[in-house]
Every structure is written in structure tokens, then in C-alpha cells.
Design a protein around this ligand. Structure first.
Ligand code: PEP
Length: 250
């Protein structure tokens, strides 16, 4: 049985005080059947880790990591540093990082491997651009990104990876994929897992949808058993809206 996951991606938003206010508003209010993850900016991770208490029901996530453990990599944050704070999840390969910061299938793979080595759960983002969608290349792009990100990863670890299907044209635009489209791509992702690792891993791994998810449209995706939750940007910034998403997923 896969547990539904609602992951908040705050992107480059929230001061420490704002992050703490959100946490205090949400903690202890997470419905029992849902996993809640807040992927905060690096600057808020330590204060949130200090604030976090047993029973809060919210896990901490980061939005990026570097693949080395330590060294002369100015400006980077390592998996060791994240694990040290009690961070459990880390977004890898978000389309904003692929498009604005030059991340490639190869660097995404290095980051997924580094996260797994340190017991962090990667939330691997895959998805096509509008141009690729219009050229009917969605399945090919998603297949390629998923397979490349999992290169060199053993079955046990692959089953722990959360894969978020995020069509690039739907992120922050107010446009969403249809539930049917998202479910079809989720099946494609599970197909990649099944080909490489067998049906067991394909059944175990969680696949999320992301792209302009809001409390009012979440059910259109969760109606499909292939979809195990959502990665949410804009609608995760307000505690009330995030709580509504958690309730809708329960
Ligand atoms: C995201 O940041 O991954 C995302 C899906 O953003 P939004 O929900 O704002 O489209």
C-alpha cells in the first residue's frame, strides 16, 4: 500500500519567521493517512529542524543538493549536511533547475545517487516542455529522464525514489494536465521501473503529479490510482491552503 504524499515546494520564498509561522500553523494537523513534506529553502532548514517536534507529522525536505560530501564547492550544500539536520526528502532535477541552472540528466543522476547514499529520499522531477508536448514527445522525454536519473541505482533504492511528473508548461501557469494525461504518464514512469527492476518496484514506488495543483483540483489527479500525491509550489505557501491539500488527499 503506497501512502499518499503532499510535498510543498516553497522555491525561493519565506524568511525564517515566515517559515516558522507556517510550521506552527500546520504541525499536529496532518491527517493520519497522508505524508506531509515541506521542502524549504536552505536558510529555513535549520530553524525548522530546531522547531520540529515528535508528533508534528511533517517531514523536512530540501530543494536541491550537491553530490559530493564535502570539499571546495563554494555555494553548494551536501547530502551529509542535509542528513545532519534531520532532512528526509530532497527535490532533485526540478525543471527550474534544469532550465535556469544547467542541470542535466547526468547531474540529476549524480544527485539522486548521492541522496540515496545518505538515506535521503529523492523527489525526482521529470516532465516535458510545451514544445516537446506539441511535438508529441512527452512519453519519450519522461522515459529518458526517468531512466537516466536511475542509472546505476539498485532495485531497493529505486523503490524509495519518489518520482514527480511535472509538465513544465503547467508549473506556475495555472494550467494543469488532465487527470487522464497525468495518469498515462505515471503509467509510463512505472513502465520504466518495471522494465528495469520488475513489477514489484514499479508497484512500490510513489509517483506524484505537479503543476498548478490547488485544493480545488487535487482530486482530479488523485482519482487515478496511479497517482500517489502531488508536488505543489504556489498553493503550498499558505498554511490554510496546504492543510486543505492534505485534507483532500486523506
Ligand atoms: C513546483 O514548483 O514543482 C510546482 C508544481 O509549482 P506550482 O504548483 O506553483 O505549479
Amino acid at each position: 500500500m503506497r501512502v499518499r504524499l503532499i510535498a510543498a515546494n516553497w522555491k525561493m520564498h519565506k524568511t525564517v519567521d515566515e517559515a516558522l509561522a507556517f510550521w506552527r500553523a500546520v504541525r499536529g494537523r496532518v491527517p493520519a493517512g497522508v505524508e506531509a513534506v515541506v521542502c524549504a529553502p536552505f536558510t529555513a532548514l535549520h530553524p525548522l529542524a530546531v522547531e520540529r517536534r515528535e508528533g508534528d507529522g511533517v517531514a523536512l525536505g530540501a530543494q536541491n543538493l550537491f553530490w559530493e560530501e564535502a570539499g571546495a564547492y563554494t555555494g553548494e550544500v551536501s547530502p551529509v549536511m542535509l542528513a545532519d539536520l534531520g532532512v528526509r526528502y530532497v527535490i532533485v532535477g526540478h525543471s527550474e533547475r534544469r532550465q535556469l541552472f544547467g542541470e542535466t540528466d547526468e547531474t540529476v543522476n549524480k544527485k539522486v545517487r548521492a541522496a540515496l547514499r545518505h538515506n535521503l529520499v529523492p523527489i525526482l522531477c521529470v516532465g516535458e516542455t510545451l514544445e516537446e508536448r506539441e511535438a508529441e514527445r512527452t512519453e519519450e522525454v519522461v522515459r529518458r529522464q526517468t531512466a537516466a536519473a536511475l542509472d546505476g541505482i539498485a532495485a531497493d533504492d529505486a523503490a524509495r525514489v519518489v518520482i514527480a511528473y511535472e509538465p513544465v508548461w503547467a508549473i506556475g501557469t495555472g494550467r494543469t494536465a488532465t487527470g487522464e494525461d497525468a495518469a498515462r504518464v505515471a503509467r509510463t514512469i512505472r513502465g520504466v521501473l518495471a522494465d528495469r527492476y520488475g513489477a514489484g518496484v514499479a508497484e512500490q514506488a510513489r509517483v506524484l503529479y505537479g503543476g498548478s495543483v490547488k485544493p480545488a483540483n487535487l482530486s482530479q489527479f488523485l482519482a487515478f490510482p496511479e497517482i500517489d500525491g502531488a508536488l505543489v509550489g504556489g498553493a503550498s505557501l499558505e498554511a490554510d491552503s496546504y492543510l486543505q491539500l492534505l485534507d483532500a488527499a486523506n
